[in-house]
Design a protein around this ligand. Sequence first.
Ligand code: N01
Length: 533
Amino acid sequence: MPPASLDAIIIGAGFAGMYQLLTLRDRLGLHVHLLEAASGVGGTWFWNRYPGARCDSESHSYCYGFSKELLEEWEWSERYPEQPEILRYLNHVADRFDLRRNISFNTRVTACTYDEAANLWHVTTATGETHSARYLITAVGCLSSANIPNIPGLEDFQGQWYHTGEWPHDGVDFTGKRVGQIGTGSTGIQAVPVIAETAAHLTVFQRTANYSVPAHNAPLTREFKNWVKTSHAEIRAVMKSTPNGHPFTIADRKVADVSPEEREALYEAAWAKGGLQFRATFQDLLVNRQANDTAADFLKRKIRGTVKDPKTAEILSDIDHPYAAKRPPIDSHYFETFNRPNVELVDLRAAPIERITQTGIKTTDAEYNLDIIVFATGFDAMTGPLFRLNLTGRDGLKLTDAWRAGPETWLGLGVPGFPNLFTITGPGSPSVLCNMPVCIEQHVDWITDCIAHMRAHGQTTIEAQPEAALKWSDAVDAAANATLLPEAGHSWYLGANVPGKPRRFMPYAGGMAHYRNICNDITAKNYEGFTLA
Ligand code: N01
């Protein structure tokens, strides 16, 4: 139960909320309380327990960097950490820093209202309680609002169905079952090989074909673990310097700088190394379509070389967008799985889903009998989790109205009309285009410094200026348009996966290192673009 008088309320106990709690409580000495809908810490890693769930960032970079001791005492076991291991890590952090005493679990926030007269946020929960505080900080993640497509007939289905982002905690037994999976994004590509191992039959319903590069996941060697333990400063320096916050740099060379033979050899080497690093083979892959075509061609050939049935290979490699214009998946034997006798691919481009029936899924040309349907259909990204909070700002302005035509923020951190609200990894931040813990720590440190500054100067309100937000929206558009990212017209970066959602490229694509400099500059200019009073 939080105390009656609070300086700040944080919503969400994932990577972002836990670190924000720690900085405000232990560095600034504020009265802070965190509200969390789940029964434990972990955020994304609490909910996403689907088969094969693991992080696509390499483990030694997918962790907090704020504590040298924490970095040195924690040891990851695999190149890409699996969901249970990340959840163990986050629980360890919660215990180590004694965070739980300021967290209310099983507490879903249903409304947040700014009271101008009192200069307080009033936060109501599903249990009917209201808590008030000067600052409200959302740490609700970018991908926490499940997108379950509105396919007619789901309510008639007699089997079980699950969304990957709301997976049952005691797991799902696929043994002997006929399973249908809708969706082949990063999540679906992780789930398919694992479900196929136990299901009697797996039907994969693909609407948009996708690239994928092997993760080459493996246990970490003692030698690598020792190197990590002694090289944190070096590793963190690289992560801070790169656009995506990963522990590898992007090559200086352009595709046209090398001969076709050298290019092929470089792609082969990147393929053998595996992971998101494939994107870093050339510096112009995401800005030059001709350059990108060479990577796309290489990856499509790999699919055709792996998948034995030519028709299946053709459907899987018929990819309509540039490589990495959608978030590029990495996998563990995804394409190989289509060589199993119990796995079948359905091309929804040729025959879309018509409806779900009592016994399965009916497309325009066939009916598939299923015991279980898995929705790997993604999320109402970035704005969805914020809209669920029912935020009302100054003069009764609802966030849903303020963002009717798309999100408007200053740096992804503040919203005009919503004083003393900070949105960690909000729309307009690099967030999902970056290794998340890196941008989360930057945001939290910036917010903490900002609140410290306000207190030192006797200021009690901060609000993003509308002109600053408009200028930032232009910067977000310009950064995206300087890349090939908007060419994937169906991507969730654009909000295109949710019917009726305005098409606006939401994350800031100008790179994390550049964004960090912009934020530092705004601080140095006495919080330019914000009104402090
Ligand atoms: O979701 P997605 P996701 N009928 O939106 C299909 C992060 N992540 O959960 O492309 C048929 O990418 C949809 O088809 P289409 C990562 O940032 C991180 O896979 O819209 N199909 C697509 O194939 C990632 O980008 C990790 O045509 C429908 C799929 O469902 C983000 O999460 C691991 C449909 C959705 O793909 C989201 O990935 C995994 C319909 N009505 C994920 N509706 C880490 O490593 C949707 N689809 C941390």
